[in-house]
Ligand binder design. Sequence first.
Ligand code: G6P
Length: 370
Amino acid sequence: AMAEKAGYKHFMLKEIYEQPQAITNTLSGRINAETGEVSIPELNLQGADFDKIDRIFLVACGTSWHAALVAKYWIEKYANIPVDVDIASEFRYRHLLINERVMTIAISQSGETADTLAGIRIAKKMGSKVVTICNVVGSTMTRESDGTVYTHAGPEIGVASTKAFTAQLAALFLFTIYVAQQKKTISKEKGVELGRALIGISSVIEKELPRIQDQISRLIESFYDARDFLFVGRGLSFPIALEGALKLKEISYIHAEGYASGELKHGPIALIDKDMPILALVPQDDVYQKSISNVEEIKARLGRLILIGTEGDTHLQNITDDIIYMPNVHEDMNPIMYTIPAQLLSYEIATRRGCDVDQPRNLAKSVTVE
Ligand code: G6P
C-alpha cells in the first residue's frame, strides 16, 4: 500500500501534494495564454446559448457545495448572471422556479451522489439546461447532462476531498471566464489577466506547499487538543472557512464551525474565550479592512487567533503570533491558495490526534443513496 501512496503516509497527504498537477491537468489545452481565450468543447454551449440564460442554479453536496459558493462570486462578478447556490438535498424538495431560461449546474466529484443526481433530473424535466462539473468520465450525471466540464484531478482515494475541490475551483473559474467571453461581459484584456492568473496558480502552490506544511505542523502543537474550532472569512474566503471547518470535523472529530466574519457578532462571538481557537482568513482583498476589524473584535475577547494572510502584511503581527503567510496572488485565486493551509491544518491536527485520516468513521466517499 505504501507504493500506491508514492511514499506519502496517507492518501490524503499525497492528494494534497497532487493539487498543482490536478489544476494544471484541468486547465490543459483550454486557455490560450496569449489571447486569454477559453475553450470547453464538452460544454456544448456557446455564444447565443448564453443570451437565453438569465439565471443559474448551482447544486451540490459537501465539499462540492463549497466550490459552488465560491463560483457564485466569480460568475456574478464577471459573467453578470444571477446565481443561486443550493444544497442538493434541499433543492430537490423545494418549490423550484425553473424554466428554459435557467441553467442548472451540478458540481460533483463522483457524478453519482444521489441527491445531486435527483436535482438535475428535476431541473431537466422543468426545461433547464443542465451542466455537470465532474471528475469521473462517463458517470451518471455527465451522461444525463447537456454539457460537462471535466476536472482532471485523477482518482481521489481519501474520503475527505482535497484535490477534487481545488480542481473544481479551477474548472469553475475557467467556466466563468468562458461565459464572460461568450457574453462579452469582460474586456479582452481582462480575459488575458484572468486566464494568466488561473494558469499561474499551480506553480505558486507547488512552490509553497512544503513550507506551509512545515509551519502548520509546528503551529498545531498548541491547538491539536482543542475541543472546538471556529473558521472565519469574508467574501471569497467565507466558503473556504466553511471548507476548513468541514475538513477538520471530518478527519479529526473536533467540533468546528465556519462563519462569515461579519456574522460573528450575531451569535458565535458568545462562544469566544481564551480556550476557543479561531482561524481567520485575512487576505489583502477588497474586504480586508472589514475582516481586520472582525479579527480585532475576537482579539478583544481573548480568542486564540490563528491568522492566514498576505506575505508582507506586518499589521497581522500586532494581533497574534500565530500567522501563516500566503504569497500575494491574484485576488480571485485566493480561494484556491487559502484552501491549502486549511487542508493541511486538518491533516496535521488529525494525524497528531492519531485519527485515521483516509477512512474517517461514519463517512463514505460517495453517497449514492438518499
Ligand atoms: C461525500 C464525500 C464528500 C463529498 C460529498 C459530495 O460526503 O465524503 O467528500 O464532498 O460526498 O460528493 P460528490 O462526489 O458529489 O462531489
